[in-house]
Write a protein that binds this ligand. Structure first.
Ligand SMILES: Cc1ncc(COP(=O)(O)O)c(C=O)c1O
Length: 358
């Protein structure tokens, strides 16, 4: 129901709907691409040691220690690093501060479903670009001379929910073709397989990369995301932040996120485990009649040759296994399945075997 007290923007908004976060225990939760392993024990210890009387004080508004840690990790300068309350917040600032130019922006027709919501929120026109029949981004479309004057480009790499990876040389072609337009690469899943575009920052002032600590660093509950790029692009995000909320990251988030970047061994080990499980699950699903798209992310995007996507989703849900089904054109026969622990993946396969035998 609407209210006459609402602004026009709110009345017209269709908000993003996040994946289900069920309260019950005993569910196999493979629906929101969280990390099946906990964060590094060093992250938990850092948060615990930040839990003291200093919580009465505001956190550092510039997040300088975290930004320096990330800059060192990626061989950048702190002026090339922005941090925010999850990459969703960082992306919201990017849309408002770098993509709203009164010209349409481009993103794939099958992609992160928050992008059109930000466009609606900030009154940004957009044009979606069709993925090819294998759900790959068609680079030629993004560099075509027939394109109208655009306000920017954004796509995830690996793409979500497909998991498909775009090679770095293809990304560079797109960036090179639009020197006066920001090209945003949303690398929420990059640590599971794709090649990061961070090296391109040194050569192109129009590339902005966003990343998340929610997936590969197992900190979805802490809400930390980041953007990397030319200092002038970062400055735009700082200006938006400082006109909105001086302290998007609290003291615990700053401590935990810094420790996450300091514990590279744990990060590499858990990513490797997930990548190994992805290969095993791909094989097991293929043997059961699924078509599994090659994925560079911590999830698989699959269709079955005989069963409907919705039927499988509901059949799994009835057995307490939650995966993601999108009731959208082109992808409504697909399931997106987050890679779990070996035990969770075995439970998924057992539940599928029940459905496929019926
Ligand atoms: C492509 C993509 N970008 C960004 C995000 C947001 O991540 P977060 O706000 O948890 O950092 C997600 C979350 O699922 C995603 O799939």
């Amino acid at each position: 129901m609407n209210s006459p007290l609402w602004s026009n923007v709110v009345t017209q908004l269709t908000p993003y709907v996040p994946g289900e976060q069920p309260a019950g225990v005993g569910l196999v939760k493979l629906n929101t691409n969280e990390n099946p392993y906990g964060p590094s024990p060093k992250v938990v210890a850092a948060i615990a040691s930040a839990l003291d009387d200093s919580l009465r004080l505001y956190p550092d508004p510039t997040a300088s220690k975290l930004r320096e840690t990330i800059a060192t990790y990626y061989q950048l300068t702190p002026e090339q690093v922005f941090v925010g309350n999850g990459s969703d917040e960082v992306l919201a600032f990017v849309f408002q501060g770098l993509l709203a130019h009164g010209r349409p922006i481009l993103f794939p027709d099958i992609s992160y479903s928050f992008y059109p919501v930000y466009c609606q929120l900030y009154g940004i026109e957009f044009q979606t670009m069709a993925l090819d029949e294998h759900l790959n981004i068609q680079v030629a479309d993004y560099i075509s001379p027939q394109l109208p004057a655009i306000g920017g480009i954004i796509f995830p790499n690996p793409n979500a929910p497909t998991g498909r990876v775009l090679p770095l040389d293809a990304i560079e072609e797109i960036i090179k073709a639009h020197p006066n337009t920001v090209v945003v690469i949303d690398e929420a899943y990059i640590d599971f397989g794709g090649e990061t575009a961070i090296p391109l920052i040194a050569r192109y002032s129009n590339v902005l990369i966003t990343q998340s600590l929610s997936k590969s660093r197992a900190l979805a509950g802490l809400r930390v995301g980041l953007a990397l790029g030319h200092p002038l692009l970062i400055e735009a995000l700082v200006r938006i932040k400082d006109s909105f909320n001086s302290y998007p990251l609290d003291r615990l988030a700053l401590a935990g996120a810094t420790a996450a970047f300091e514990d590279q061994d744990y990060f590499l080990t858990t990513c490797a485990k997930i990548i190994r499980e992805r290969a095993l699950l791909t094989q097991a699903l293929s043997e059961r009649g699924f078509n599994v798209l090659p994925s560079g992310a911590n999830f698989l995007f699959v269709t079955h040759k005989h069963q409907s996507g919705l039927g499988l989703y509901q059949g799994l849900r009835a057995q307490n296994v939650i995966v993601r089904h999108f009731n959208k054109p082109r992808i409504n026969e697909y399931l997106r399945i987050t890679i779990g622990t070996p035990k969770e993946n075995a439970a998924l396969l057992a539940a599928l075997d029940v459905l496929l035998a019926a």
